[in-house]
Design a protein around this ligand. Sequence first.
Ligand SMILES: *Cc1c(COP(=O)(O)O)cnc(C)c1O
Length: 387
Amino acid sequence: MGRHFLQIPGPSPEPDAVLRAISATTIDHRGPEFQQLGSRLLEAIKPVFGTTNPVIIYSSSGTGAWEGALTNTLSVGDRVLFYETGHFASLWIEMATRLGLRPDVIGSDWRHGVDAEAIGQRLAEDTAHEIKAVCCVHNETSTGVTSDIRAVREAIDAAGHPALLMVDTISGLASADYRHDEWGVDVTVSGSQKGLMLPPGLGFNAVSDKAVEASKNGGMPRSYWDWAPILEANSRGFWPTTPSTNLLFGLEVALQMLEEEGMEAVFARHQRHAAATRAAVRAWGLEILCLDERYYSPVLTAVVMPEGHDADAFRKVVLDRFDMSLGSGLGRLAGTVFRIGHLGWINDLTLMGTLAGVQMGLHLSGVPVAGDGVAAAMAVLEEEARA
Ligand SMILES: *Cc1c(COP(=O)(O)O)cnc(C)c1O
């Protein structure tokens, strides 16, 4: 009885109104009603990315939108500078390699954000301008670290380097502050199932003029991911192939909800829930994976399991007993970390239910906890409510 708690960092819980919209009958995607919907959506999506430029909407997962970003702007053999903040960055690097790009990787301990200075240094050394793009993950969902993208742009400019800046904010969009135009991002990659509160199935590329120019003059062999036919059809409110019509119905409602709440309030809500979650983790005496407090993620918190305790066994107890899904440790963090998602359609009490489930699960799993994390989180939320 009651709802399943989907507290993984994406897919996130969907609002009832979004689900209702999606359940409507599919309409003719070449007809006038769709044309109006398409035209409205292609405008309404822009402020969420902080752009006045076009946003390409694919029927795909976020991974497809990664491929769209790389294949439209880069050529086989191009050098691309990647900063490996965690598992998702490493998957994007793997894709680039498979596509025939030559990634230069700046590695990390998966506990810090992007070091913009290190990027600037690599670019300064590249006097021949062989590096064609810099790729970073804004909100690294595997570690709970949100990087400073503005600083990356500043480092690129300070090095006087012409590389494109491509950013994955698949899990950051509509949860963590993000500004495509202001931060000078050339391609922003996102997806539907995280901050946008939709089911999986839509991928996004927000583009700069420079990125569109690069796609016109080059790029790799591509077909489905090609921006040109999509932008052409989009100019009339359509897509070249059958779009995910029903997800677009949901997207319209989700965008209305975000607009109504106001993006600043959306960001503040996520920050509040993240702060309350960290208070709980500290009271339990557990370790937050992110080691740099400037870059704590508002979207999720990754928690390090004490030595000798298996994060997946704990997650299984929580799922079996309390019907709540928590995120697993990914890649090299498997078994040693669990992740609490606090993004999307949640409120203070959803978060408290989540943290209560974590606390009970820790007790039942025999994980030693120092104190009452639930009370510590409530204190944070109460203080915020009084302010
Ligand atoms: C979820 C996620 C992805 C992968 O997206 P899919 O929709 O699973 O393809 C990539 N990068 C980040 C940062 C993510 O959070």
